[in-house]
Write a protein that binds this ligand. Sequence first.
Ligand code: GLN
Length: 288
Amino acid sequence: MSRARIDTSLAEASRMLTASPTPRLDAELLLAHVLDRPRSYFFTWPETLLTREQLAQFAKLIDQRKAGRPIAYLTGQREFWSLQLKVTEATLIPRPDTELLVELALGLTADPEYQNTLSKIRVADLGTGTGAIALALARERPDWAVTAIDKSPDALAVAADNAVINNIRNTVFVEGSWCSPLAGGSMDMIVSNPPYICSNDPHLKEGDVRYEPLSALVSGVDGLDDIRRIAEQSLPCLRPGGWLLLEHGYNQGRPVWTILSRAGFTHIHTETDLAGHDRVTLARKPAT
Ligand code: GLN
């Protein structure tokens, strides 16, 4: 980068990011991070000169982005729902797809039948990562008691930081594998975006996922190992009539339905994401 004006630096950086589908946006997000300013600043002050340090830091980030490192790991943050979340390489980067699961969970409890049976709703998020799902639910429903579980202490520390950053108090963070920390019959709802990619999926060699923790992505040869475990473990931890909501792959609606049905769930149905793909399956523990 030869010139240090904002507009020319951005133009030059975007030209370097040939492998990215969104080179200009990437460059703007990285410069916004370096300057600690919103992107709108660039349109208001395009001729502002960058300092030598800012330029060096920007060039370093552009090099890393060129090598494929995800923007969220370079800036250390990602927006999800209405939350600004800290993200590290110990956590999956929250995806917009997962907001469907949050919407469905919120919608379930609008059902008057569900409301009548409940006092304080107790929800567990299994494999919470950054805390994205747990904290979005906790933010929307301050009267719920949310338990965020992860087996990775590093991920759990990030999730707990995210509660503080977003000033959310109705969530507790517990280390453990899936339902192991939960008492029998204790939950009104269990939600999870577990790993669900097949271990030989060629997409694992492309894009952001190359840098994400494999344990947060991959789950056996058919991608369903963890969903089988969660289905089995969740039933005894739910109260009668309680719900399980699982995110899964676009082609996993049917096998997930079968797993949940065999585990003893009823009212099983799959919802599609904005692209029209199967994305979240809901299932209920029999009421009696
Ligand atoms: N629950 C987190 C999310 O949806 C992490 C999911 C995971 O690591 N598989 O972003």
